[in-house]
Design a protein around this ligand. Sequence first.
Ligand code: ASP
Length: 221
Amino acid sequence: MEDVPLLNAGIGACLNSDGVVELDAGVMEGAALRAGGAACLRDVRHPIDLAVAVMQDGRHVLLAAEGASRFAREHGVEMADPGIFITDRKRQELMQGADTVGAVARDAEGHLAVAVSTGGINGKLPGRIGDSPIPGAGFYADDRFGAVCGTGQGEVFIRLGLARLMIVELQHGMEPAAVAQGAVDHLGKAMKAKGGVILMPRQGSPRAAFNTPAMPWAMAE
Ligand code: ASP
């Protein structure tokens, strides 16, 4: 999905106020709560690969900007000329954001995982980091309860700790569909914000909810 120019991730992502693409990504495994995030990247071809490398390295959870790029080079993660992320400057300038890409998964053994990648929000200040590389904000996975990812105004997801909050609600026995809908209602009511979430429970079908005009999502078995 980072290679599809229409989505707000990787190639074709939205532009910051300097007209530059800065990318964020995050990943988490629910078995041992391992997590990795990479933020404010200008020259990493697939930000999600770097998030995975940060998670596998295990020393830190979140790397940003130049230090993250250096780590990527040292760990054999593919780099890119920053220019390749801009395919249609006019369209990218007008992107509304909220097209972050995310995936939640459960394997045959019941292990959960989540991955998220984004260009953030259009016209953001250079150096701005959203919720997508931050565990507990834009994503979370815990095999005991579920895995979630979100899209929308990242600042609100960070302030609410929304992904982690959803996991706590699952832990307390709330129904997955009610947790997803409740998260979106909370965004709208408490923060007047728009967004959406996808939730993969420990058992049963995934759930999605959004208060944006649309949020395309798909499920595969
Ligand atoms: N959540 C992302 C961010 O604020 C934006 C999005 O979902 O499109 O960085």
